[in-house]
Design a protein around this ligand. Structure first.
Ligand code: XMP
Length: 514
């Protein structure tokens, strides 16, 4: 996929922003990959990167068991940029000094560039950077020049231009670092001498050719969920091999209101692929009867899904490959980024192909971040309502009904959720919220409807913003929108008498209620 010589490798020391670094590099049109911190320098050299970035991380270089990279990395002649922990590690391994700071430095910090001819080229005289550290470099190694400092951090930027080794104590990848983009750009284009030719158009072309070559005349089976990733995977493979792609859509009855119909109409009418819909709702509801434990629900849904899918696959005759919409964050988080192959892999993240007995797997989105997947979807002509869809959990509404799942309870969440979504859309807020939905809380509450006292359901509204779904903030929705949602749900639904708002961040709460 990627140009052989145009790649940045990011060594992952466990920092919360590692994936963000990779995305920021790609935003500058340079392909990037996250690799384990301890990859041997010989292997790194063989991958022919244009540059190496050492990520931040929670450890201190002075503590026992701190993660160290192969020292050979610093003698490959390939440019290196250490960020936060990565900078401290660089200093420690090359003979500098790292000490615990008197004051922990956290948040927006003014950095004063002392030399703007290298990493800090084109930055302001006082540049606002995002710091988050307790330890810091107090003495740069021999050969390094300190080119920037802050009030509490004497070595905020250090550069050894001869060896092309650089370090920044702050995080250029976060938007709070106002000139982070410029600083990264200086490293990528001035130091690493990149050309910047990574685009979705070239990716699309290369991946379509690669799929054709891998698959030949064989049939490919794809489990279509209706989500963005599997939909883009379908469109991409369809572009490559046409009717030899078979999409199986298992409708477990736990989707959002009208979602099943939407998926069918897109993939049968608008974007025709060989499409098979299996209506398996009654089977899922029967197996979920009486089950209240969230993990048990997930387990049953996963098991049923595999069984239904396996039965259908058996009816379809010989299938050569199984396709999956695995995306890069899944690969990184499951620790499989090493040896990640571009479109074909005998490993899998979700476990589905192994359960189904498939060994030949194609994962054409395996190297892409979510925003890249969406942009690829647009290029392939998928409709915006599908490409911009918010994420939806595999077990669907089952994790939004607290306790036992029944068709009636699922209907209540579906109806309330549809109203919530409609009002959010009408208010033009969709782009500002990462995920929003309603939950049937399981609580019952007294209310008065007409002249009657009722003991009705309590619906919770959940809306969050997040970068990576690992942490999230609740959204402060405008009162007038909340007011309309609340009024509409209680007016339009007889069995709901109270609406509450979930104002918990993650952590400690998860995004879903179950
Ligand atoms: P939590 O609730 O763990 O959710 O904070 C983080 C993100 O993951 C989604 N989610 C799931 N997705 N199967 C899925 O495919 C699941 O069992 C599952 N549980 C949570 C959730 O919607 C959110 O986007």
């Amino acid at each position: 996929m990627e140009k052989k010589n145009e790649k940045i490798l990011i060594l992952d020391f466990g920092g919360q922003y590692t994936q963000l670094i990779a995305r920021r590099v790609r935003e500058q049109h340079i392909y990037s990959e996250v690799i384990p911190f301890n990859m041997q320098s010989g292997k790194i050299k063989a991958m022919q990167p244009s540059g190496i970035i050492l990520s931040g991380g929670p450890a201190s270089v002075e503590q026992d068991g701190a993660p160290f990279c192969d020292p050979g990395i610093f003698t490959l002649g390939i440019p290196v940029l250490g960020i936060c922990y990565g900078m401290q590690l660089t200093a420690k391994m090359l003979g500098g000094k790292v000490k615990k700071a008197k004051d922990r430095e956290y948040g927006r910090t003014e950095v004063l560039p002392e030399d703007k001819s290298g990493l800090l080229k084109d930055t302001k005289d006082v540049t606002v950077c995002w710091m988050s550290h307790t330890w810091q470099v107090t003495e740069a190694p021999t050969g390094f020049k300190v080119t920037g400092s802050s009030a509490n951090c004497p070595v905020a930027v250090m550069e050894d231009r001869d060896r092309k080794i650089y370090g920044v104590q702050f995080h250029p990848e976060v938007t709070h670092t106002e000139e982070g983009k410029t600083i990264l750009r200086n490293f990528l284009y001035e130091v690493c001498d990149c050309a910047g030719d990574w685009t979705m158009d070239t990716y699309l072309e290369t991946v379509v050719t690669a799929i054709r070559k891998t698959v030949g005349e064989e049939k490919v089976l794809l489990a279509l969920s209706g989500g963005v990733d599997s939909a883009v995977t379908a469109a991409l493979i369809q572009r490559a091999i046409g009717d030899n792609l078979v999409c199986v859509f298992v409708d477990h009855g736990l989707l959002r209101k009208n979602e099943s119909e939407q998926v069918c109409s897109i993939f049968q009418d608008l974007f025709p692929v060989h499409f098979v819909r299996v209506d398996a709702a009654s089977r899922f509801f029967a197996d979920l009867k009486g089950v209240c434990d969230p993990e048990e629900k997930r387990h049953i849904i996963g098991k049923d899904f595999i069984e239904v899918f396996r039965e259908k696959a058996a009816e379809l005759g010989k299938i050569g490959y199984f396709a999956q919409g695995t995306i890069y964050p899944d690969v990184i988080e499951s620790g499989q980024a090493v040896n990640a192959s571009v479109i074909k892999s005998h490993h899998n993240v979700g476990g589905l192909p192994a359960e189904l007995g498939f060994t030949e797997l194609i994962e054409p989105l395996r190297l892409l971040f979510k925003d890249e997947v969406r942009s690829l979807g647009e290029k392939l002509g998928l409709p915006p309502e599908l490409v911009c869809k918010q994420p939806f959990p595999g077990p669907g509404m089952a994790v939004r009904v607290v306790g036992e799942v029944t068709p009636e309870k699922v209907r209540i969440v579906q109806e309330s959720d549809a109203i919530f979504r409609e009002e959010i859309e009408k208010a033009g807020l969709t782009g500002m919220i990462s995920q929003y939905f309603t939950v049937l809380t399981g609580a019952r509450s007294v209310g008065v409807m007409g002249d009657e006292r009722i003991y009705g359901n309590v619906i919770a509204l959940r809306a969050v913003t997040t970068d990576d779904f690992m942490t999230a903030d609740w959204v402060q929705l405008p009162y007038d929108v909340l007011c309309r949602v609340s009024q509409r749900i209680v007016n339009e639904m007889n069995d709901v008498c109270r609406i509450v708002l979930d104002i918990t961040s993650k952590p400690p709460a998860s995004i879903e209620w179950e």
